[in-house]
Write a protein that binds this ligand. Structure first.
Ligand code: XIL
Length: 348
């Protein structure tokens, strides 16, 4: 039987996987327990699932993941407290039910801002109090930097930003810190953290937070990457930049797509993927984990955005460009949970 991945990297970082509650039994659970010592919810802890209606918290699905982590002695990452996506509309409606982002009256704008920040505090406080003894790292804010920036600082013009400016970021970290206590590790999480101009925009924001004394412990690099992109050099530079600020780094949503962007036509079925693609991917995985290991004192967790190739959000993207069919294969376990060349590449 294949040796456990988490054991291989225990001196450097924990190894995680994103999961849906249905994956906590059967073959998925078996592989999880053997190879991973950390988990994160792929969807069920996002605002839209935890507080779909104001004041109506739903912890049922989230609790299943918490329980599994506890029973198996695994670390738990919480994803996420604040995001512009998968967030219910009610957060951004005023008392009259109007979208706050359309407000032009300065007095009402000020009221709206107060209300949104209050709702945010309630959301975070309720969750953090419930899970503070179970969670080791929190994604406090997710994707607040824009890829094609509309403003000088590169901040994403989400409803959060339009209504509160950057205040929601500070309030989120401070609230999480207040209720989670000093042992909680708080992260800002984003994708394409390796590439300019996003890398610098993220750096500038994080530095500002650190300088202001906002309680932030690290940067989560989602790492939805490709076989040939971004370069190892850019990945290393990014990790070092944040480590030099005294912060931790985590690789939070790793998948290595077979496809470039925009995607070339995807292989229509998993079996149609030639072995040479898996070899190419293994070379990438080898270099990647060699780098992570070398930077091991600056990285505390490496989490894959799934367990095995039978379940990956990247298939939605592959399908989109190939008439509704198309398979990606981003992980180190194949569709049937067998180890791929990429597994051997990171275990050597
Ligand atoms: C994705 C999930 O994997 C999908 O199931 C869901 O439909 C959309 O969200 N960045 C993030 C993750 O921070 O929360 C996203 O997860 C992937 C991109």
């Amino acid at each position: 039987e294949a040796a456990p991945m988490d054991e291989r990297y225990k001196d450097f970082f924990s190894i995680g996987a994103a999961v849906e509650p249905y994956q906590l039994t059967g073959k998925d659970a078996e592989v999880l327990k053997r190879h991973y010592n950390s988990i994160v919810a792929e969807n069920v802890m996002k605002p839209i699932n935890i507080q779909p209606e104001e004041g109506k918290f739903n912890f049922e699905e989230a609790d299943k993941i918490v329980k599994f982590a506890k029973e198996n002695g695994m670390e738990l990452r919480f994803h996420n407290l604040v995001w512009h996506s998968q967030v219910p509309d009610w957060f951004f409606l005023d008392e009259a039910g109007n979208p706050m982002v359309n407000e032009t009256d300065p007095k009402q704008q000020a009221k709206n801002k107060k209300l949104v920040l209050k709702r945010l505090e309630t959301h975070i406080k309720t969750i953090v109090k419930r899970y503070k003894n179970d969670v080791s790292s929190w994604d406090v804010v997710n994707e607040v930097i824009d890829d094609s920036p509309q403003n000088e600082k590169g901040l994403r013009e989400s409803p959060w930003y339009k209504i509160t400016g950057t205040e929601f970021i500070e309030v989120a970290f401070k609230t999480a810190n207040r209720y989670a206590g000093k042992d909680a590790k708080l992260y800002i999480n984003d994708y394409n953290t390796e590439v300019e101009p996003k890398r610098t925009h993220l750096y500038n924001l994080v530095k500002e937070l650190v300088d202001k004394g906002v309680p932030i412990d690290g940067v989560g690099h989602q790492s939805h990457i490709q076989i040939g992109w971004p370069s190892l050099q850019d990945i290393e530079t990014s990790i070092n930049m944040f480590a030099d600020l005294g912060l931790d780094n985590q690789i939070t949503e790793l998948d290595v797509s077979l496809y470039g962007w925009p995607p070339r036509p995807a292989y229509p079925t998993y079996d149609a993927i030639p072995a040479s693609e898996f070899e190419r991917q293994a070379v990438r995985y080898n270099a990647l984990f060699e780098l992570y290991e070398r930077l091991g004192d600056k990285i505390s967790n490496v989490t894959f955005w799934g367990i095995a190739d039978n379940h990956t959000w990247l298939n939605d993207r592959a399908e989109q460009y190939n008439d509704g069919v198309g398979k990606d294969a981003p992980f180190v376990f194949d569709e049937d949970y067998n180890v791929k060349p990429s597994y051997w590449a990171i275990m050597d």
